[in-house]
Design a protein around this ligand. Sequence first.
Ligand code: NAI
Ligand code: MG
Length: 347
Amino acid sequence: MLIAVLPGDGIGPEVTAEAVRVLEMVCGDRLTFKSAPVGGAAYKASGHPLPPATLDLAKRADAILFGAVGDPDCDSLERALRPEQAILGLRKELALFANLRPARLFPELADASALRPEVASAIDMVIVRELNGDVYFGEKGMRKTASGRREGYDIMSYNEDEVARIAHSGFRTAQARRGKLCSVDKANVLETSQLWRDVVIEISAEYPDVELSHMYVDNAAMQLVRNPGQFDVIVTGNLFGDILSDQASMCAGSIGMLPSASLDAGGKGLYEPIHGSAPDIAGQGKANPLATILSAAMMLRYSLGMAEEANRIEVAVATALAGGARSADLGGAMTTTQMGDAVLAAL
Ligand code: NAI
Ligand code: MG
């Protein structure tokens, strides 16, 4: 199986290198790796953050392992040439509409959570966020009001097919876990959310084994801090999911620990840590590679049909942590490579 490796910028190459080492050890010659530049690195090499050859490789591959994009050198470029456009372009071109972000606290890291240990230790959830619609992709612009004042606008919209396909992702994810799905919306105020709730309820008839509940997004933000252990799977739109998934991640410890998957309708996916390119620590060997290693485990589980190998990697990460493996973000002094070594040793 062909894996496209897109390391990107900043700490991206450092953390993806460790994930590739782990995949090579676990899967041997069942996987073939091909790398291509993306983001600021690609812009500097060829004038575009998502060059055609990179997009072509991503389309041909069975799965994509992505580091991070973002380069302070590129801050003054026009929006279409910025590194971050590469990840938006890949999501769109490959129709990656379902973003899965698991948040769980490794018991060894209870101190790293922003919450009290007894609350944090109960966190074990997946947030399923819609990625291709909502206010980010609606019509947007800047205009003048009748009285000549500037007015910006971004239209929030979802059609029922968009809601239905992410709802199916949410129900299927819940089926594979503890069978509880909480749909988060703002149906008391927003028309898009009313449609969202209606469609989720219609689809729920196909999943009698999943217990469905609904929550307004403001309450969900509060419940994530008050009692995060109540959630199994949350399904929500692009905007609400962006915010809630970052919030959930901090409840679960360091940003350097959290993986993600972005999936299309057929199970192909792009796998990346939730963090960015961390220019403040790039090139210093300080980055925690565990989020990317755990993303590689998700890749085996969701796109490559290797659930057992995925479990082995997750157990090895827990073993490495239990053995005291700590990078700087976890309060230790181990380098990126030493963290990778610790996982390899556990395997
Ligand atoms: P960031 O996630 O890159 O960094 C935030 C803080 O967390 C920094 O202090 C960083 O050192 C630390 N950090 C992040 N990952 C870490 C790791 N693996 N180990 C240890 N510490 C880690 O977010 P920031 O600073 O807002 O953005 C930097 C660049 O990354 C920007 O250009 C941004 O647009 C881009 N970005 C890209 C993403 C992607 O490629 N999907 C996602 C988020 C941001
Ligand atoms: Mg975000």
